[in-house]
Design a binder for this molecule. Structure first.
Ligand SMILES: Cc1cc2nc3c(=O)[nH]c(=O)nc-3n(C[C@H](O)[C@H](O)[C@H](O)COP(=O)(O)OP(=O)(O)OC[C@H]3O[C@@H](n4cnc5c(N)ncnc54)[C@H](O)[C@@H]3O)c2cc1C
Length: 327
């Protein structure tokens, strides 16, 4: 295996989960690897995990503490050139997904995104066509920049090591970062790094056994659970579509929450589906959920047909009330 550069960035001075996963992949490859970290507090963050790495580089300073194409691209280019490693592994975070294809262009390098495995034979694996086809690719071009899908790898075992060489990078930019604004009204409930995905289905808004709908209680139960467990919240298509159909809705759900064929395929260790029928176009989005459980009143729902590990045939309102008491 050729020499690898593990290229990471910090978030508020710390290395995020996706960075530790990419480092874990490099360690398991068994190849000699170097480490490069950019961002706020990059040198200290690099030193905390540099045990086992060969050379180690950092780019930090005010200009590089925020995510911005021009400065990120300049920092990554400098680290890749300083290392000279033919293979660069980097986490496929929003920050790197935006700048590394441009860096590849500057270096005459090849780049692949959404990679979920790197074989010892030097091939990468990724999914195509909305997670239906898995392909194995090899490339002859070098450098080869490989963006590793967050959630696809176990995290690295790390130890502190040598202090990095801090590279001086200068970069002209016309863009000043003023802050972030989020398109979602209300609180953040999509948490890609959470161990648990909680999915709400349209059943939460349907008439219940007393003949009435209980959307307010449903909203309270779901939000209490999400806040208490800090899990990530997902939804079925039917539930998020209700907004446009003028039916009772859960106001905190948007199309960004939709899991499935025309939604997302998130990666979490566990998933719990509630009031969701488990139809194929929804469950196809559960491909990367390792342990699946569902709560449904209907013993013949889709989950019971081999799509979940455990199905509780029960009233989700009652289950969630009890669960919240335990929490
Ligand atoms: C081209 C195409 C693409 C699609 N893409 C997607 C996609 O990306 N994502 C997606 O989700 N869907 C997608 N769909 C739609 C999908 O086929 C289903 O229609 C949808 O997932 C159904 O949502 P649901 O299970 O929440 O609702 P429903 O089918 O209405 O099921 C509600 C369930 O709630 C249960 N329930 C009700 N009350 C309770 C209670 N108190 N306790 C427990 N259970 C209760 C009921 O038994 C029922 O099973 C797609 C469809 C097509 C044709």
């Amino acid at each position: 295996m050729e020499k690898v550069l593990v290229l990471l960035h910090t978030v508020d001075g710390e290395l995020p989960a996706a960075a530790m996963e990419t480092l874990g992949l490099a360690q398991r490859l068994g190849a000699a690897y170097e480490l490069g970290v950019i961002g706020a507090g990059a040198a200290a963050a690099a030193q905390r995990v540099s045990g086992g790495a060969g050379k180690c580089f950092a780019v930090e300073g005010e200009a590089f503490s925020v995510s911005r194409y021009a400065t990120d691209a300049a920092a990554c280019e400098a680290v890749i050139r300083a290392s000279g490693a033919p293979v660069v592994l980097a986490p496929d975070t929003l920050r790197f997904h935006r700048c590394l294809p441009g860096v590849a262009e500057r270096l005459g390098a090849a780049v692949d995104t959404h990679v979920v495995a790197f074989t010892p034979e030097g091939a990468v694996e990724r999914w195509f066509y909305r997670q239906r086809i898995q392909a194995e690719l090899k490339r002859t071009e070098r450098p080869w920049i490989v963006l590793v899908e967050p959630g696809s790898q176990p995290a690295a075992e790390t130890s502190a090591g040598a202090a990095p060489e801090v590279l001086e990078v200068s970069c002209e930019t016309r863009t000043s970062v003023e802050g972030f604004s989020t398109p979602l009204a209300g609180e953040q409930t999509i948490r890609p790094d959470a161990p648990l995905l909680f999915v709400a289905g349209a059943g939460w808004t349907k008439k219940q056994k007393d003949g009435a709908v209980h959307v307010e209680e449903a909203a309270q139960l779901i939000l209490d659970f999400v806040r208490k467990t800090q899990c990530s919240l997902g939804s079925s298509k039917s539930l998020v579509d209700l907004t446009s159909e003028g039916q009772p809705v859960l106001p905190f759900l948007t199309h960004l929450h939709q899991v499935g064929q025309t939604g997302s395929s998130p990666r979490h260790r566990k998933g719990l589906a509630t009031c969701c029928h488990g139809e194929e176009p929804h469950v196809v989005g559960w491909r990367f959920i390792q342990e699946r459980r569902a709560v449904n009143l209907d013993p013949n729902c889709g989950w019971t047909r081999g799509k979940a590990d455990v199905v509780y045939v029960a009233d989700a309102f009652e289950v969630m009330r009890e669960l919240l008491k335990l929490l």
